[in-house]
Design a binder for this molecule. Structure first.
Ligand SMILES: O=P(O)(O)O[C@@H]1C[C@H](O)[C@@H](CO)O1
Ligand code: URA
Length: 345
């Protein structure tokens, strides 16, 4: 994987993971700290054995709402046949943060990220640090969300090829110490293709790839006429939506920029899979009934589940256990795991 630097240069992402595939932090301050409190996750490197709790994680799935991510955790548990110890139930690990929800099902973490870039950004700082403390090897991050389509049928699953801001720029911008820092928002193209290939001909909806616009607001920021404020008219709105459509934007959501930029900066492969729940060329309000929306939300989950299952089946022969961590006891065996990984698609 090639990693784009903030100055636009290319760099091999391998340099950003340790040799055994574990996540390397790009902040030397963390190593010097006695303990690291992951405040919004209600976890800490001093208070919890993070390697024991999370060392076997391979897939980090993120979505907006706590309910969706709880449902996904139950769904993936059935799909991969993961058994909880007798007498236990799935627990929200971050319950006492009262911010985000986190469930762990074998190699899968299912975490809610809330709405918007700041919420996603804060969460990712802590989840990426969690990967580092837990010595997780080569994790894959997947956002399973909802979006507004631009000229596509509601219910379509969009796997983002690129994510851009409201000005069509492929950067996540943040004011740091009074200066604007731009981080390139880069998603893993190979992962995108692997996911797309898992669409089934009999799925009663389309799965497409394309450009996603990530905005900082649901209403004015996405050109809606139905917010509490609106200083533009229908013609201006349509002109904007048609302009972004001709720039190949096929859907709009609110987290992919931070997700793509922060995972890429950490050398972590990631993909954004969002179902569309409205065609913005036809209207602003979400009219679909709850049952329809619930079924739509499951579509990205199905695709991700197929990916996880295929990965686990392919890897199974080389794993120490069902956990997803490659055996690194002998370098030769580790090479086999790597090779298998390269042959995956
Ligand atoms: O993953 P979800 O469905 O929460 O993401 C989209 C983008 C915003 O957070 C939210 C707006 O309704 O839905
Ligand atoms: O229109 C939509 C629908 C879901 N999420 C968004 O950000 N926009």
């Amino acid at each position: 994987m090639i990693r784009k630097m903030s100055n636009g240069a290319d760099e091999e992402a391998d340099e950003f993971l340790y040799e055994d595939g574990t996540v390397r932090l790009r902040n030397s301050n963390i190593e010097l700290m006695d303990q690291d409190i992951l405040y919004h996750l209600a976890l800490g490197s001093g208070s919890h054995d993070l390697v024991e709790m999370f060392g076997d994680v391979k897939f980090v799935c993120l979505g907006g709402t706590p309910k969706r991510m709880e449902q996904f955790a139950h769904y993936i548990m059935g799909e991969i046949g993961h058994k909880l110890p007798t007498g236990t139930t799935l627990q929200d690990i971050s319950q006492f943060s009262y911010r985000y929800s986190m469930y762990k099902v074998g190699p899968v973490l299912s975490i809610s990220h809330g709405m918007g870039l700041p919420s996603m950004g804060i969460l990712l700082h802590e989840v990426i640090k969690l990967m580092y403390h837990a010595k997780v090897k080569d994790p894959v991050f997947l956002r399973i969300g909802t979006s507004g389509g631009i000229g596509i049928e509601p219910g379509t699953v969009v796997i983002s090829e690129q994510t851009v801001d409201g000005l069509l720029r492929p950067y996540y911008e943040l004011a740091v110490l009074g200066k604007i820092v731009q981080r390139p928002a880069v998603l893993d193209k190979k992962l995108m293709r692997e996911l797309k290939a898992l669409h089934h001909a009999e799925d009663p909806y389309e799965t497409v790839t394309g450009k996603t616009m990530c905005t900082t607001d649901f209403y004015e920021g996405q050109g809606r006429l139905d917010g509490a404020f609106c200083d533009f008219n229908e013609n201006e709105k349509m002109e904007y939506l048609e302009k972004i459509q001709s720039a190949n934007v096929i859907n709009m959501e609110m987290e992919s920029l931070a997700f793509a930029a922060l995972t890429h900066s950490a050398g972590i492969r990631s993909a954004v899979i969002c179902v569309t729940i409205v065609d913005r060329l036809k209207g602003d309000q979400i009219h679909a009934p709850k049952e329809v929306l619930d079924e739509y939300q499951k579509r990205p989950q199905k695709l991700v589940s197929r990916y996880i299952k295929k990965f686990l089946q392919t890897k199974g022969r080389f794993m120490d256990s069902y956990c997803g961590s490659p055996c690194v006891k002998s370098p030769r065996r580790f090479k086999l795991v790597q090779q298998e990984s390269e042959n995956y698609d």
